[in-house]
Design a protein around this ligand. Structure first.
Ligand SMILES: Nc1ncnc2c1ncn2[C@@H]1O[C@H](COP(=O)(O)OP(=O)(O)OP(=O)(O)O)[C@@H](O)[C@H]1O
Ligand SMILES: [Mg+2]
Length: 1009
């Protein structure tokens, strides 16, 4: 702040004054005012002086300068207070309020607008639509309310003629989610009459000057305000801006807020009706009282959509309750009729104003919020109430307005001066008591039950007719004869400023206000002399908007005897409620000072200002502040907020008490000199200390957030891990269960498998769980081997060669030939068998012996008679001998002479057909293929093909030589380089199989069965 607030601008905070005297205070105020520094602090209170000129202190750039800053970091400003209130609300979730006080024209309304603009500008960074809507309505509502509730007065060209307290609701992020406006006591008497130099409410002039010609015609109005009794007086005066432009602005604002065009029309019709009502005059004729210009009644009736007769009757007569519950109609006298007309105009305007406030509230209401889901709403209240004012003749409204200011001053004293000092005493802080003016006696004078001015006024109203003004004054005099703040001419006969029997004076904190009793009494009885004319009830109107302004409907005339609460009592109750509401919040104050009466920029009337400084109690404020402390917090709360900034207190301290822990914390920060220790609270003298603590907290928060995140992430991960473990355990159990079930099932099923002869051959394996599939495959393999073993172990060794050959044949044929004699016993050497070869077994044995000696073979693999065909298509009977060394073709008719011997090493393969025939073609390297049919003499259907294939394949496997076994029904031959084919043909009448020449080779004719 230093560079922006040099010594030439005076002290930015009155607390920094060298001496707290009125002179020093005024010098500083004046110096700053002259330098364009209209804002100065007293601690957190802002003192604002109305500059009456545009200063470059506002707008987005300025807002950016103050956003998120601490109070002392920037030159004093309303923005800083608004930020502090918003920050306090966000940090501590505490409701706050900004109370703006000062006399009429001191700049309260302007201040409230700047504050709202600031809050709107710094919130909703994420541009949420609902929040933007609420902000729009909040900002636009001011324009509409000012049009209907403000007026040009002698003291202020845009004077608020109603009190306004606006609550803004915030969500936990600190964004506005809704709002509510309370309005207090509209100065409705202004509708009828204004002081000289003043105007009616802006709305009338705006309509007359701003509406289009056609619209005015519809409303039967003419553009000149001088033509209407109610606006005549102010016709020559203008508001600060042009009424035309403001009319458009208000229409625009009403649209944004959500007023329908029907509703806006209705508002304009009501304004027009009031203007017409004002022009109605009464004339006494022989037939009684009459309306001078009945056309005006027509206008009123049409504009309010009320039957004309009813309007007329309401103006000229009234219904009264006679004894019992009987109602009688009584004609008005001329003054009564005028009173009825005025009461009506006032009541309608008041209802209209109330309805507008209500509609804005409907739109601003925080919608669809659930505190359990969205967190608690916090609130910032902004109070802009009419300022203290003294007129030559002060009406009931002034009385109320001044009482209201008195109440607010009392609250200020309570919060800033009294409570503060009391707290120091309570907490045992050494404290020099500071004297201040306590206005509670004046508040008491007004509001005390039974004896207060309001109570006496109520009593006077209750017995209307019998109590004269003078009796009311007497009653006041009797009750308050010795009251230091009350006087009247009777009590002080020498004071010529008051009139005998008419005036009384209340010495308010801000000045003496003299009122005439009639002014007070008359207004206090609003609607009490007789009921408000029935057209004002809206019940009879066919216009729905108008009717909705009277939700209570027409009051039953017999109810009048019950005496509704008077305006005074209603106002008092609303003030008590307001003060209670404010007291429950954390208050921020803006104290506005009006520099001069002339609204002139740059001029500071010292006398006037000194007076305001005195009655606002600003000097006392400075003194208390200087001696006092900027902040106080209970020890536990202080620790909760700052404990992370000190090793002794983080995460929890082990010291004797919270107080000593706080001591240790401050010691470590070196801030002990700036604080005082109360019994329960810590008192911090300067905001700078608080800011130091806040800053070191802010530095640590990200680390703590990380720590919390780490812990939380760890928790989440551990939780997930536990869950996974549980899942795996469950899965494991389930798998075990499945496996166990499967194994039990296997065991049960295969109980019988050990028994011969099948050894579980037809048993069906249960489907295993997926995990056991490989196991099952292995098991099946094992089982097959075991079963094979069981089967094989019973086979005698003599059969083993045969079995091996069968296995080899099966492997070689690969299922391509169905019938290969597997079921037979394979004897192999059929030529040596006397059963098979009874006639020539002996010569064959001799030849075998010769060949064994010659070729040295060890085993005969196969021997059989065959029918062969040669390349010359000659079929002959021959014998085939297969040893472990050679393949022989023998001549059976010549003692089995060898006709051809092929070493086995040259045999490359053999070919057979898929049928039952016994055709076999033997292939050898570099030799003609040998085509034979094993069938010549063997028993019929004895299938020896498999045997030959098995023996040869088994032998080749044993010596590790390849043998190609082909199964084909058209076997390819190679004879002397020629490619030929041999196939089989079934022939029923064929006695024995034999070959026949075919087109490309041979056909084996096979006897079909
Ligand atoms: N900060 C400011 N900058 C420039 N002009 C200002 C400022 N504050 C107030 N004014 C001027 O002073 C006039 C009166 O201010 P404002 O209406 O806020 O007074 P008020 O305290 O609300 O009075 P009342 O009690 O009558 O409503 C404004 O119309 C404006 O012209
Ligand atoms: Mg105002």
């Amino acid at each position: 702040m230093e560079e922006e607030e040099g010594p030439e601008f005076g002290k930015p905070d009155f607390v920094l004054l060298d001496q707290v005297t009125m002179e020093d205070f005024m010098d500083n105020l004046k110096l700053r005012f002259e330098k364009g520094r209209i804002y100065t602090y007293i601690g957190e209170v802002v003192v604002s002086v109305n500059p009456y000129r545009k200063l470059p202190l506002y707008g987005p750039e300025m807002i950016a300068k103050y956003q998120g800053r601490e109070l002392y970091e920037r030159p004093p400003h309303l923005y800083a207070v608004a930020d502090a209130a918003h920050k306090a609300m966000k940090r501590r979730a505490k409701d706050t309020c900004i109370v703006i006080s000062g006399e009429s024209g001191a700049g309260k309304t302007e201040a409230s607008k700047h504050i709202m603009q600031y809050i709107a500008a710094i919130t909703n960074p994420s541009q949420r639509a609902e929040v933007e809507r609420v902000k729009d309505v909040l900002l636009k509502s001011t324009c509409v309310l000012e049009a209907f509730g403000n007026a040009h007065t002698n003291r202020n060209h845009n004077s608020s003629r109603f009190g306004k307290y606006m609550d803004i609701n915030f969500d936990f992020k600190g964004d506005p989610t809704g709002g509510h406006i309370h309005s207090y006591l509209l100065e409705k008497s202004r509708v009828l009459k204004q002081h000289s130099g003043e105007r009616n409410f802006h709305s009338f002039y705006q309509l007359l000057r701003g509406a289009k010609d056609g619209q005015l015609q519809d409303l039967n109005l003419q553009r000149d305000p001088a033509l209407y009794t109610f606006t005549q007086q102010g016709a020559g005066l203008s508001s600060s801006d042009s009424d035309e432009a403001n009319y458009q602005a208000v229409i625009q604002a009403m649209k944004v807020i959500g007023f329908s065009s029907d509703e806006m029309d209705c508002v304009h019709r009501i304004l027009a009706a009031i203007l017409h009502l004002g022009n109605i005059q009464f004339v006494e004729t022989e037939s009684g009282l009459e309306v001078a210009e009945e056309r005006l009644v027509d206008h009123v009736a049409r504009l309010t959509a009320t039957p004309r007769d009813l309007v007329m009757r309401s103006l000229l007569s009234r219904t009264v309750a006679s004894g019992g519950r009987e109602l009688i109609e009584k004609d008005h006298s001329a003054p009564e009729a005028r009173y009825a007309r005025d009461a009506c105009a006032k009541a309608i305007y008041e209802r209209l104003f109330g309805w507008i406030v209500g509609r804005i509230n409907e739109v601003m209401e925080a919608r669809g919020r659930d505190p359990r889901r969205d967190g608690k709403d916090t609130v910032i209240g902004v109070l802009d109430i009419y300022g203290f004012e003294i007129f030559p003749d002060n009406s009931f409204e002034q009385f109320c307005i001044n009482y209201c200011n008195e109440k607010l001053q009392q609250l200020f004293i309570q919060l800033i001066l009294k409570q503060e000092q009391e707290e120091y005493q309570r907490e045992g802080i050494t404290w020099q008591n500071i004297e201040y003016f306590n206005n509670s006696a004046i508040v008491e004078l007004v509001e005390r039950p039974h004896r207060g001015v309001l109570a006496i006024l109520d009593e006077a109203c209750a017995s209307v007719g019998t109590v004269t003004d003078r009796l009311f004054l007497q009653s006041l005099d009797t009750h308050h004869r010795h009251h230091p703040h009350y006087t009247s001419r009777q009590l002080c006969p020498t004071d010529k400023t008051m009139e005998f029997g008419r005036d009384f004076r209340i010495k308010h904190y801000a000045g003496d206000v003299t009122s005439a009793v009639e002014g007070i009494l008359g207004k206090g009885l609003d609607g009490e002399i007789f009921e408000v004319p029935s057209i004002c009830s809206g019940t009879y109107s066919t216009d729905l908007t108008l009717r909705s302004m009277w939700p209570d409907g027409q009051q039953d005339i017999t109810e009048v005897t019950k005496r509704p609460l008077t305006a005074g009592t209603l106002f008092k109750n609303s003030m008590v409620a307001l003060v209670e509401n404010l007291a429950a919040k954390e208050p921020y104050y803006v104290r506005c000072i009006k520099p001069n009466e002339e609204k002139s920029p740059g001029h500071l009337d010292e006398e006037r200002c000194r007076h305001q400084v005195a009655y606002l109690g600003l000097l006392e404020n400075v003194r208390v502040r200087r001696a006092g402390f900027a902040s106080r917090q209970p020890y536990p709360r202080f620790l909760l907020r700052y404990k992370m900034t000190c090793e002794y207190t983080w995460p929890n301290h082990l010291l004797g008490s919270d107080k000593s822990a706080v001591g240790a914390l401050l010691e470590q920060h070196g801030l002990k000199d700036d604080v005082a220790f109360g019994h329960n609270k810590l008192f911090i003298r300067s905001p700078r200390t608080l800011v130091t603590l806040e800053q070191s907290r802010a530095r640590l928060i990200p680390i703590i957030v990380l720590l919390l995140q780490k812990a939380w992430r760890g928790t989440l991960a551990r939780r997930r891990c536990r869950r996974l473990k549980a899942i795996y355990t469950i899965m494991g159990c389930f798998r075990r269960h499945k496996v166990r079930t499967h194994l039990t099932e296997l065991q049960n099923r295969f109980q019988a498998a050990r028994h011969p002869p099948l050894y579980g051959r037809d048993m069906i394996w249960p489907t295993p769980p997926a995990v056991l599939q490989p196991f099952q495959d292995t098991c099946q393999g094992l089982f097959r081997r075991w079963r094979a073993r069981q089967l094989v172990k019973n086979i005698p060794p003599s059969d083993m060669a045969q079995i091996k050959a069968k296995v080899a044949a099966m492997g070689a044929l690969q299922g391509l030939r169905q019938d290969w004699g597997c079921g037979r016993a394979w004897s192999r050497d059929y030529l040596s068998s006397t059963i098979d070869n009874p006639t020539a077994a002996a010569p064959f044995a001799q030849q075998l012996k010769n060949l064994k000696e010659k070729d040295g073979f060890r085993n005969v693999l196969f021997s059989s008679h065959v029918r062969k065909v040669n390349r010359f298509n000659k079929s002959r009977d021959r014998a085939l001998l297969l040893t472990d060394k050679h393949l022989y073709k023998l001549e059976p008719n010549k003692q089995y002479r060898v006709m051809r011997a092929v070493p086995l090493s040259q045999v490359t393969g053999l070919s057979v057909t898929s049928g039952q025939d016994q055709l076999v073609v033997l292939h050898a390297k570099g030799q003609d293929d040998l085509v034979v049919c094993l069938h010549r003499t063997q028993p019929k259907m004895d299938n020896r093909i498999g045997e030959l294939v098995g023996m040869l394949a088994g032998h080749f496997q044993g010596v590790g030589q390849d043998l190609e076994v082909r199964v084909s029904d058209c076997i390819q031959l190679n004879q002397r380089g020629r490619r030929r084919h041999v196939s089989v043909e079934s022939k029923p009448d064929q006695p024995t199989p034999d070959f026949r020449h075919s087109r490309d080779g041979f056909v084996l004719l096979w006897p079909s069965p």
